[in-house]
Design a protein around this ligand. Structure first.
Ligand code: NAP
Length: 272
C-alpha cells in the first residue's frame, strides 16, 4: 500500500467505496474487504450504511489508528442548524468518536457556502474529524473555499481513464489537497477497452487493475473502487505490485478524450 501524508494523517491511496452497499450484503463484503487489507473506507450520510460500517469496524481486530474512515454531510444538512447534529448522528451510527475525513458531499445552492464551510471547521474544532474537505466542487467553488480561508485537505470528484480532470486536479493540488477519485472504474466500464487489455496482459493483471494503478501512480491521487464481488475486491486491492511505464501512463491518459462523465457536479440534486 502507498500512502499520502497530510497534517499528521496517513491516507491509504486505495480505499473501499461503499455506495449502494447496505444491510446483510454489506456486512459480508466489508468483513472480506478488511480481511483482504483495505483500511480506508468511504461512506456518506446519503449511503445509509454508516451503521453497518460501524458494526463491522467495531468488531474487527484492527487498531483504530490503522483505519481511515471518510463520511460526507448530505446537502440537506449543510445549514447551521443541521450540520453538527447530523455529524453527531453519523458518529453515533459509525460508533466512532471521530472520522478521519469529513466532507461536504455536494454543494447546495440554497444554503450559503460560507455557512456550510464554517460548520465544517466547527466540526473539526470539536474533534469530530481529523481532516476536512469537499466533494463535487468545481474550480470556481474551490476558489470560494480559498477566499473563505478554510484549510481543506481533500476534494473528492469523479476521475477515471475516460475523464480528463487536469484543471481540477491542478487546482486541488495547488491548495495542498489530495484528490480522491470516485467512480475510478468508470462504473465498471473500463473492462472492455483494448488498450487497457493489452497493458494488463503485459503486466499479468486485469484491465480494472491497470485503471486503478494509473490513478494511484499519480501524485496526490487516491482511488476508492467499489465492488460487491469477493474476487474483484481482492483484485482491486492488488495494484501495488506492478508499475506502469511513462508510455503506458500516456496511452491511458489518451483515453480521456472520450470525455465520459457519469455524474455531473453542475447537476444540483433536488434538496428536501
Ligand atoms: N462523492 C460522491 O458524490 C461520489 C459519487 C459516486 C461515488 N462515490 C464513491 O466512490 C465509490 C466508487 O464509485 P462507484 O461505486 O460509483 O463506481 P466504480 O467503483 O467506478 O465502479 C463500481 C462498479 O464496477 C464494478 N467493478 C468493481 N470492480 C470491478 C472489477 N475489478 N472489474 C470489473 N468491474 C468491477 C462493480 O460491480 P460489482 O459490485 O458487481 O463488482 C460496480 O458495478 C462509491 O462506492 C462511493 O464510495 C462518491
Amino acid at each position: 500500500m502507498d500512502y499520502i501524508k497530510k497534517d499528521g494523517s496517513w491516507i491509504p491511496k486505495l480505499g473501499f467505496g461503499t455506495f449502494n452497499l447496505t444491510g446483510r450484503e454489506a456486512i459480508g463484503v466489508l468483513e472480506f474487504a478488511l480481511d483482504v487489507g483495505y483500511r480506508h473506507f468511504d461512506t456518506a450520510q446519503m449511503y445509509q450504511n454508516e451503521d453497518v460500517i460501524g458494526k463491522v469496524i467495531g468488531a474487527a481486530n484492527v487498531p483504530r489508528d490503522r483505519l481511515f474512515i471518510t463520511t460526507k454531510v448530505w446537502g440537506t444538512n449543510l445549514n447551521e442548524n443541521r450540520f453538527l447534529p447530523s455529524v453527531e448522528q453519523s458518529l453515533k451510527q459509525l460508533k466512532q468518536d471521530y472520522v478521519d475525513l469529513l466532507l461536504i458531499h455536494w454543494p447546495n445552492k440554497n444554503i450559503p457556502l460560507n455557512e456550510s464551510l464554517d460548520q465544517l471547521v466547527r466540526a473539526q474544532d470539536k474533534g469530530y474529524c481529523k481532516l476536512i474537505g469537499v466533494s463535487n466542487f468545481t474550480v470556481d467553488l474551490l476558489e470560494k473555499v480559498e477566499a473563505r480561508g478554510v484549510d481543506i485537505a481533500c476534494n473528492q470528484f469523479e476521475y477515471h481513464p475516460f475523464l480528463n480532470q487536469d484543471k481540477l486536479l491542478a487546482k486541488t493540488r495547488s491548495m495542498g489537497c489530495f484528490a480522491t477519485a470516485y467512480a475510478p472504474l468508470a462504473k465498471g466500464q473500463i473492462v472492455d477497452i483494448e488498450i487497457l487489455k493489452n497493458i494488463a496482459l503485459k503486466h499479468k493483471v486485469k484491465p480494472a487493475q491497470v485503471a486503478l494503478r494509473w490513478l494511484v501512480q499519480q501524485k496526490d491521487v487516491v482511488a476508492i473502487p467499489k465492488s460487491s464481488q469477493l474476487y474483484r475486491i481482492k483484485q482491486n486491492f492488488d495494484v501495488f505490485n506492478f508499475h506502469l511505464t511513462e508510455e503506458e501512463m500516456v496511452q491511458i491518459s489518451d483515453l480521456q478524450s472520450r470525455n465520459k462523465r457519469f455524474i455531473d457536479p453542475e447537476f444540483a440534486p433536488t434538496w428536501d
